[in-house]
Design a binder for this molecule. Structure first.
Ligand code: IMP
Ligand code: MG
Length: 331
C-alpha cells in the first residue's frame, strides 16, 4: 500500500512550508514512513524551529528533523558538496542524516559549471544555486545524475524498489519547494523556477495518481516575491510587513517584495491542485500591522478586522478547509 499526502506552496514560495511539514510530521505521530522532496534543489530554504532550536534546510527534506526516512526524488537537482555540508551541519546538531537520508539514483546533479553560469544571471533574479542550468542540461540530455557522483553512492535508492517492491505500507508526505506560481509551466514565465512545484510534480517522481490522499496547500495572508521582476505595490504598509514578518530570503538574504493577498490567484492554485486543506500562516504578522486588505476580482478590498478577513477568505474558498495560524513555532 502507498498513501501520499502532499504539502505545496500556493503562492510564490516562502509560505512557511517547512514549519507546516514539520508540524504535520509531529502531529501525525509516527504515521509517515517517508518525507519526499519532489522538486527543486538548493534554491529552497525551509526554516524550522524544533524545541526552540532553529534549523534551515535547503536540499534535505524537513522530515529528517522528525527522524523520518527522507528521500530526495528524481524530480530534484542535487548539489553534492552543499548537500554533504548540510548533512554534516544537521549531524552536528544531533540529527541522524546518514541512516535516514536517501537520494534517487536518477536525480540530476548541480555541477560547478552550473553555479558559475547561474552566478551571472541578471534577468530572472535567481537564487544563484545552479538550478536552471542543471535542469536545462537534464532536458538537453547531457546532465550528470546522482549515480555518477561517488560521494552520493551511500545514499542512493531506486524509487520503484523503495516504494513498490516491498510488501509494506508506505505513507509518504511529499514536501514541495517554492510555490505554485513559480512553477515552470504555470507561473509568470520567465520569472519562474525550473521545476514543477504543484501536485503534478509529485507524480513525475514515479508515482501513480491512485496513491494521492490529502492535498495540503500553504499560504500567507499577504504575498511575497523575490526576483528581478518589479512586484511590490506602493502601500507604505508593505515596508512594515517586511520588517515585522522578517521577509528576507532564507537562502539569499534578499528583501522579499510584498503585496496584499491575491485571492484570485489563491482560488486558481487551490482549484488546479485539488487542495482540500489549507494552512494560512503568519496571521500574527498582519495582526501586528493591523491592516486587513486583500486583492479580489482585481480590486483591493479593505476589510475591517481579522474576523472579517478570515470570513472573506473562507467564503471565497468554500471547498477548502482552512486553518489559520499565528504561531511561528507551530499551529
Ligand atoms: P531559481 O529557482 O534559483 O532559478 O530562481 C528562479 C526564481 O524563483 C527567482 O525569482 C527566485 O527568487 C525564485 N525562487 C526560487 N526558489 C525560491 C524559494 O525557495 N523561495 C522563494 N523564491 C524562490
Ligand atoms: Mg523559502
Amino acid at each position: 500500500m502507498i498513501n501520499i499526502d502532499v504539502a505545496i506552496g500556493l503562492q510564490l514560495g516562502d509560505e512557511g512550508k517547512g514549519k507546516i511539514v514539520h508540524a504535520l510530521c509531529q502531529r501525525a505521530n509516527g504515521y509517515y514512513t517517508h518525507v519526499l522532496r519532489f522538486n527543486g534543489g538548493g534554491n529552497a530554504g525551509h526554516t524550522i524551529y524544533r524545541d526552540g532550536v532553529k534549523f534551515v534546510t535547503h536540499q534535505i527534506p524537513s522530515g529528517i528533523l522528525s527522524g523520518i526516512r527522507s528521500v530526495i526524488g528524481p524530480g530534484c537537482v542535487v548539489n553534492p558538496d552543499k548537500l554533504l555540508i548540510e548533512a554534516r551541519d544537521l549531524e552536528s546538531k544531533g540529527i541522524d542524516v546518514s541512516n535516514k537520508l536517501r537520494i534517487a539514483y536518477n536525480a540530476h546533479v548541480v555541477l560547478p559549471s552550473h553555479l558559475e553560469e547561474d552566478a551571472k544571471d541578471t534577468t530572472i533574479g535567481t537564487t544563484k544555486t545552479g538550478n536552471g542550468p542543471a535542469y536545462r542540461d537534464k532536458y538537453t540530455r547531457i546532465g550528470k545524475r546522482a549515480e555518477d557522483i561517488d560521494s552520493l553512492k551511500p545514499f542512493l535508492i531506486d524509487m520503484h524498489t523503495e516504494f513498490y517492491d516491498k510488501h509494506s505500507n508506505n505513507r509518504i508526505l511529499a514536501e514541495g519547494a517554492q510555490g505554485f506560481w513559480l512553477d515552470i509551466d504555470q507561473g509568470n514565465y520567465p520569472y519562474v523556477t525550473s521545476s514543477h512545484c504543484g501536485v503534478g510534480g509529485v507524480l513525475l517522481n514515479g508515482f501513480s495518481h491512485k496513491h494521492l490522499q490529502m492535498i495540503y496547500g500553504i499560504a500567507k495572508p499577504y504575498e511575497t516575491y523575490v526576483g528581478a521582476l518589479k512586484y511590490e505595490g506602493s502601500d507604505p504598509m508593505f515596508e512594515k510587513i517586511r520588517q515585522v514578518g522578517k521577509e528576507f530570503g532564507a537562502t539569499t538574504g534578499r528583501p522579499r517584495q510584498i503585496n496584499w493577498l491575491n485571492l484570485d490567484l489563491l482560488e486558481k492554485a487551490t482549484a488546479m491542485n485539488g487542495v482540500q486543506y489549507m494552512f494560512m500562516n503568519k496571521m500574527d504578522i498582519l495582526r501586528e500591522v493591523d491592516v486587513w486588505k486583500l486583492n479580489h476580482h482585481s480590486e483591493i478590498m479593505d476589510l475591517k478586522n481579522e474576523t472579517d478577513f478570515k470570513k472573506y477568505v473562507k467564503a471565497s474558498l468554500p471547498e477548502v478547509f482552512i486553518e489559520f495560524s499565528g504561531n511561528p513555532n507551530g499551529f
